[in-house]
Structures are given as C-alpha cells and as structure tokens.
Write a protein that binds this ligand. Structure first.
Ligand SMILES: Nc1ncnc2c1ncn2[C@@H]1O[C@H](COP(=O)(O)OP(=O)(O)OP(=O)(O)O)[C@@H](O)[C@H]1O
Ligand SMILES: [Mg+2]
Length: 175
C-alpha cells in the first residue's frame, strides 16, 4: 500500500539550515575549512551576499583549505576560474553577469562536474539548476565592518556531516 503523498521509490532530500554570526574574516576562514572537509567531486556551493560581503574571501579560504597555494582572484570578467592543485579541484564561477540558469548551462560546466566542486558567487542567479547544493549567504551586520550574518542551507545527501562540523567549530569559539 502506498500513502497518497509518497510513491515508492521517492527519496527525500535531507535538508538543514544554520545561522550564526562570523565575528571577522577568521570566522569565514574557519567556516571554509570545515566546509572543505566535506567537499568532494560533484559538490555544488552557492554563495550570495552584497558586494564585498566576503564571497571571494570564502573561496580563497576554501581553495587554501583544500591544500592549494594558488592565488584566487574574482572571475568577474572571465566568469570561471579553475584551481586544480588541491585535494578536490575548484571551479569558481561569478554568476553576476549571467542572465539566468540557461546562460549558466551554456557554460558547459556540468560536462565533467563529477571531478570537482563548483563554487558560484551570486548563486541565486543559477537558482534551482542544482537541486542538491550548499547555499551560503553572507550579510553585513550594521555598525561592524568585520561581522557577517551567515546563513548556511544544505539540500541533498552530500552534506550530512557538515551541520555538526559547523556547530562544533563555532561552539568552541575557535577562530
Ligand atoms: N567576516 C568577514 N568575512 C569575509 N570577508 C570579510 C569579513 N570581514 C571583512 N571582510 C573583508 O571584506 C572583503 C570582502 O571582499 P570579497 O571580494 O570577498 O567580497 P565579495 O562578496 O566577493 O564581493 P563581490 O560581490 O564584489 O564579488 C574582503 O576585503 C575581506 O577581507
Ligand atoms: Mg567576489
């Protein structure tokens, strides 16, 4: 017998959300280090937040945490940079100038995406192109240049251990 709301074979995506305050760039680095531990081929990370919120800062810390010394710069004009010297190659996308998911798809980044992690600044533009993803939103905190309100949302199988990892890292206050 099947319940009316669930057909056999359906899988339910695990999803969770966490919110906390990054007290400064070191906290954003710490978040990137914890995320790096859970990144594997096929991972997708969407980054959002206003200009200078710290999206590229996060990518720099992520690439470093994956073991690469490569210099990370914003792919504002080139749209895509690839850093492949670390444990998992990073495809770094700036979606700011893209019109939407269709134009993103034309970049062809999904052709061999199982090889690495795709990290997309202005990820909202790409929207639901990736049903399974980690979304990180950085928001300024009024009155403090260095603080950011951080919201992390995960959908899909790949991020199950990350929630606990972030909670542990920030509960310890270690930055
Ligand atoms: N808590 C923080 N987390 C991240 N960056 C911070 C923080 N506090 C201060 N900063 C600084 O804010 C700046 C963020 O610049 P960054 O280029 O990373 O922003 P961005 O979100 O990528 O901007 P853009 O929309 O132009 O791509 C950096 O100079 C960084 O050092
Ligand atoms: Mg940037």
């Amino acid at each position: 017998m099947q319940s009316p709301n669930k057909q056999s074979g359906d899988t339910v995506d695990p999803r969770w959300q966490l919110e906390f305050v990054a007290r400064g760039p070191d906290d954003t680095d710490l978040l990137a280090r914890v995320v790096a531990e859970h990144v594997r081929g096929g991972s997708v990370i969407l980054l959002d937040g206003e200009l200078a919120a710290g999206k590229t800062h996060f990518v720099k810390a992520l690439v470093r945490a994956l073991g690469s010394q490569e210099a990370v710069t914003s792919p504002t004009y080139t749209l895509v940079h690839i850093y492949d010297a670390g444990r998992v190659p990073v495809t770094h996308v700036d979606a700011y100038r893209l019109s939407g998911a269709a134009e993103y798809q034309d970049l062809g980044l999904d052709d061999d995406r199982e090889d690495g992690v795709i990290v997309i600044e202005w990820g909202d533009v790409v929207g639901s192109h990736y049903p399974e993803r980690l979304s990180i939103r950085l928001a300024f905190v009024e009155g403090d240049t260095f603080k950011r309100h951080v919201s992390v949302q995960a959908v899909g199988q790949g991020w199950s251990g990350l929630k606990r990892g972030i909670e542990t890292a920030f509960a310890e206050g270690a930055a």
